[in-house]
Design a protein around this ligand. Sequence first.
Ligand code: SF4
Length: 387
Amino acid sequence: MSMVQKYYLCRKFFYAMNFDRIFNRALSLEPLSLEEGVLLYEQAPTSELVFIANQLRQKFHPGNTVTWMIDRNINITNICISGCKFCNFHRKINGEGTYTTTFAEYKIKIEEMLQLGGNQLLIQGGMHPGYGLAFYTDLFSRLKSEFPGVRLHALGPPEIVHIARKERMSYREVLEKLIESGLDSLPGAGAEILCDRVRKEISPAKARTAEWLDVMAEAHKLGMVTSATMMFGHIETLGERVSHLIYLRDLQSLKPVSAPGFMAFIPWPIMSEGTELGKLIKLTPVLPIEYIRTIAISRIVLNNIPNIQASWLTIGKETAQVSLHGGANDLGSIMIEENVVSAAGASVKLSALEMQRTITEAGFQPQLRSQDYKFIDLPDVVEKYIT
Ligand code: SF4
């Protein structure tokens, strides 16, 4: 055997030993270090990552069930002062094509959603410079009084930071007022990558890492259901991705025992078609294999977040199906209306029937769920056109 062959054999042996040690720690739900997470991301064979992630998924969710939900996205307005470089959706206040959704439009959209069997809304910004706390509390109160059964999964840490700055209130005070007026749960929107080097480059006017985390910490103390996201595949390093996961894991470990905290983690690759960032930098698209590895790493590093969601909207059905074998246990919503990532190139659409089929074809049992991950029966209207 040549010296070079010996060197590679020793190196392979060294990594295999290290992976075994790290995988054993992961399977015992021990928190991995940044270095361990990066080593796995950079060097571990995909087959092993997927195998371990699937074992961990079985610890959280024994059996064969994959959850999904029906909700409708509604954007409050496309006027936004944040100006994120990856966003094609926002408009300047005096720009062309601006809108704010009227209450009559909410009513039509909600009626449509109810007819399709959904009862949950995902309501998100832009950050309109003129809209303070009263705008949102009025909106949520009106929606709840007109549609008391509809759950509001709305805004996100950057919007809470924006409102708190505008009103000179604490995050807790803003959240309390929003909860009083009908906010049910807080999406983990606007996380992108929780690293200020990255945030300064791609979304300089948005909440910084500490602000995003501080809002979520307050939401957890108030007992809110929240989620966490990661938009990756742009200017971040693998280390910054793993560090993002560790921030989330560490925050989750601080939540009150009785609070749900982060119920789910949803990673998705950046959609940059036609965006300012896409024009500034030639971004290499995230390949399916990288997405699958990212799902697996997420499951392995996030030892205290129960649900990992594959983002079919951005990666397509097939990659989402494979992800279900590598750590993911949820396919999210059929998304009756989605405007933000669709404006930057995402074009996949799924009906309730297709969602059920996608899960079944992947070898799993589909199960409808609520925003807080409770299993619910299929509404009659859905059952009728599925069976
Ligand atoms: S991603 Fe959201 S916060 Fe950023 S510019 Fe677009 S609408 Fe505004």
